[in-house]
Design a protein around this ligand. Structure first.
Ligand code: FNR
Length: 380
């Protein structure tokens, strides 16, 4: 199948990745209500079709956090991406750089920061979680600075980890020891192409940034154990001072879904926020990003840069999010599907599709400059 959309890449990823990896990407927490809402509420956003507006030139370029970007889109942080393609984070970072947009490296990536920064021809963004071990955080912030990362995305909505049933059903979570490994091995054996390309030739399969603290115990089960014991549920706004003291570049707080928290982020002095419910992977039942965004943009849009993610599967969706008040949009599953379904070329192609879809959506709503997209292109 020749992919023509992010959803086609989803189908390809399902066919090519071992089940436990596909379900990890695709799933959300509990009944996946918020995951579905993210997509459904965004799809329901109706645009005004406008005509006769001379749309022969469409400008997609923008500037975020002091850097020019080819379009207001970035690849958001997606953990374990090095399992979706051979050294997957390096592939996606290269595809993003070629498209002129930032790639965000997750704390829990397979490839370590230095490997990805070296492979990427452009500066990357780095995502960090608050963990108990502040020495570990300081060390990673030092590495991010040394690697020339141009923004820090600090994720706030992981005080505790959400429960995802699909990971239990697939064998990714829940069964430590030989049983889980055996199930994953069986699923990998049913995807021989992946097993050869990534399973065998994509090693080491560690969490590159965490491996130094995990030492020899850096398998998948150790990763989940590490998350359970190291994410810091005691964290409050005051703890962010530690991050500010150790990072002097742009600071973007990810995982804000409420205008009160957005105001607190602005009071703190963050450069930006990402309106996000973690792609419906944390608290199921919360608002979709598309519904949460407008009141947040109203509350703080003048004080900081509002980004958003959740449910974005096309360039049309990007335009919808911009119309709802965002200045930039992060892709999550969309690029993970493309990486799993088509490797570096898949991510590069997805970004071409998104760009082309944005151009069409802008032309047919009569907007020629992406920076001018606003609520006036919404139908209701
Ligand atoms: C994520 N997300 C995420 N966020 C983060 O801050 N750090 C991380 O390591 C991860 N890991 C991760 C893994 C996978 C497989 C997914 C799907 C998501 C959340 C991600 O950055 C983003 O908020 C959502 O993916 C956005 O929703 P959509 O676009 O996937 O619907």
């Amino acid at each position: 199948m020749k992919a023509a959309s992010a959803l086609d890449y989803r189908a390809l990823a399902k066919a090519r990745l071992p089940r436990f990896l596909f379900e990890y990407i695709d799933g959300g927490s509990y009944a996946e209500v918020t995951l579905k809402r993210n997509v459904a509420d965004l799809e329901a956003v109706a645009l005004r079709q406008r005509v006769m507006a001379d749309v022969s030139r469409i400008e997609l370029g923008t500037r975020l956090f002091g850097h020019d970007m080819a379009m207001p889109v970035a690849l958001g942080p997606v953990g374990l991406s090095g399992m979706y393609g051979r050294r997957g984070e390096t592939l996606a970072a290269r595809a993003a750089a070629a498209a002129g947009i930032p790639f965000t490296l997750s704390t829990v990536s397979v490839c370590p920061l230095a490997e990805v920064a070296k492979a990427s021809p452009a500066p990357i963004w780095f995502q960090l979680y608050m963990v108990r071990d502040r020495g570990f955080m300081r060390d990673l912030l030092d590495q991010a600075r040394a690697a020339g990362c141009s923004a820090l995305v600090f994720t706030l909505d992981m005080a505790v980890a959400g429960t995802r049933y699909r990971d239990f059903h697939s064998g990714l979570a829940g069964a430590p020891g030989p049983m889980g490994s055996l199930r994953r091995f069986g699923q990998a054996a049913m995807r021989p192409r992946w097993a050869w390309d990534v399973g065998i030739n994509g090693r080491p399969h560690q969490l590159g940034n965490v491996a130094p603290v995990l030492g020899k115990k850096s398998g998948l089960n150790d990763f989940f154990g590490w998350i359970g014991s190291n994410f810091d549920p005691a964290v409050t706004w005051k703890d962010l001072d530690f991050v500010r003291e150790n990072w002097d570049g742009p600071l973007v707080l990810k995982g804000i879904l409420d205008p009160d928290d957005a105001r607190a982020a602005a009071d703190f002095g963050a450069d930006g926020i990402v309106v996000s419910n973690h792609g419906g992977r944390q608290l199921d039942g919360v608002l979709s990003s598309a519904r949460a965004l407008p009141p947040i943009a109203d509350a703080v849009g003048e004080r900081l840069t509002v980004l958003v993610d959740g449910g974005v599967r096309s360039g049309l969706d990007v335009v919808r999010m911009l119309a709802l008040g965002a200045k930039g949009v992060l892709l999550g599953r969309a690029w993970a599907y493309a990486l799993g379904g088509g490797g570096e070329a898949g991510v590069a192609h997805l970004l071409q599709l998104i760009e082309a879809e944005m151009r069409v959506a802008m032309a047919l709503t009569g907007v020629t400059d992406v920076k001018a997209i606003g609520r006036d292109i919404l139908a209701d």
